[in-house]
Design a protein around this ligand. Structure first.
Ligand code: SAM
Ligand code: SF4
Length: 334
């Protein structure tokens, strides 16, 4: 029998699973969540730790997934995070395990997470100014994020990556300063083009800061050299920085202006147990319902594979008929 894989009709195979562990967050980044928060998922709708571990296990042991990234909302807010990472690390074959976090609380948790098996971390940081940070996230927690970054590095996670979203008129003057900061601390900086996943649906392509603009701003101060490493399905295009015999490198994820959908190897699981084939899907497949109805692993694996077979060729942001998904980024899992 051919083993099941998460393949689609365009020949792509998903091997990278993004798991959202909660839709809640302790920040309110304007491009992700409204200042007043959202109606959080009711607890009974959230997957329990055991359910998350079972679904991750099915993905890894039956469906060929070999990268598992925990995200959210803010995954560090999930009380069972360390146990979920440990259970994931105990799977055979053991997947690579990473975390995308705003960094708050990592000063306390980085050590236990590494001990549990966490391999890599991305910390989101959009500004070096505490005052701007407070305006951008509606919370005065800049120092906590910097402490989290430092703790991640000292706990042995390498490379520690920083995710940055630039917004016009807000922090788009900070690209070179952020790169200077990252190089000085040994962090790998990645700029992400802002995507239409904001809660207010006010994103506009004209206002978005493009990869081209980001690179021009960096090149005014740095010489960027092509990265000889193979890109594969990685969303970030990366460069070495002349004079800094890399790593760290610098990367740009140009999801909007240089989409990488043709090489996408991702599948997504929301905190309430829905499979999404893409950030921008309009459809979800309910694995929680199957799981709670007593379905065996085989049946859940088949439902996951069937969902992925229907993955769209691209995100369609440039299509005039493009519709922003109903859930904002925080509720999908970035
Ligand atoms: N709370 C964690 C964090 O901030 O890293 C994990 C979840 S967050 C949704 C994951 C990543 O998505 C962050 O790096 C964030 O900057 C990015 N993000 C959120 N909304 C976005 C948007 N509309 N466009 C591009 N990136 C976005
Ligand atoms: Fe929270 Fe991350 Fe969204 Fe910011 S980007 S509001 S930290 S989930």
């Amino acid at each position: 029998m051919t083993p099941l894989r998460l393949s689609d009709r365009y020949g792509r195979v998903a091997t990278d699973l993004r798991v959202s562990l909660t839709d809640r967050c302790n920040l309110r980044c304007t491009y992700c969540m409204p200042a007043e928060g959202l109606a959080w998922l009711p607890k009974p709708e959230l997957l329990t730790d055991a359910e998350v571990i079972r679904l991750v296990g099915i993905a890894v042991t039956r469906l060929g997934v070999h990268e598992v990234r925990f995200t959210g909302g803010e995954p560090v807010l999930r009380p069972g995070l360390v146990e979920i990472v440990a259970a994931t690390a105990a799977l055979a074959p053991r997947p690579n395990i990473s975390l995308t976090t705003n960094g708050i609380g990592l000063d306390r948790l980085a050590g236990p997470l590494v001990a549990a098996g966490l391999d890599r971390v991305n910390v989101s940081l959009d500004t070096l100014s505490a005052e701007r940070f407070a305006r951008l996230t509606h919370r005065d927690r800049h120092a906590d994020v910097l402490r989290g970054l430092a703790a991640a590095a000292s706990s042995g996670l390498a490379p520690v990556k920083i995710n940055t979203v630039l917004m016009r008129g807000v922090n788009d003057d900070e690209a070179p300063a952020l790169l200077r900061y990252a190089l000085a601390h040994g962090y790998e900086l990645r700029f992400i083009e802002q995507m239409p996943l904001d809660p207010g649906h006010i994103w506009s392509r004209e206002r978005m800061v493009t990869a081209e603009e980001i690179l021009a701003a960096l090149e005014a101060e740095f010489t960027l050299l092509p990265d000889p490493a193979e890109r594969g399905g990685a969303p970030a295009q990366t460069w070495l920085v002349s004079g800094h015999p890399g790593p760290p490198k610098v990367g740009v994820i140009a999801s909007v202006t240089r989409p990488f959908c043709a090489a996408c190897d991702r599948t997504r699981l929301t905190a309430d147990g829905q499979v999404r084939t893409c950030l921008f899907s309009q459809r979800e497949t309910d694995l929680r319902g199957l799981l709670r109805a007593g379905a065996p692993d085989d049946e859940i694996a088949r439902a996951w594979a069937t969902a992925m077979f229907g993955k769209a060729a691209g995100h369609g942001i440039d299509d005039p008929a493009f519709l922003q998904p109903a859930r904002p980024m925080s509720a999908i899992g970035g």
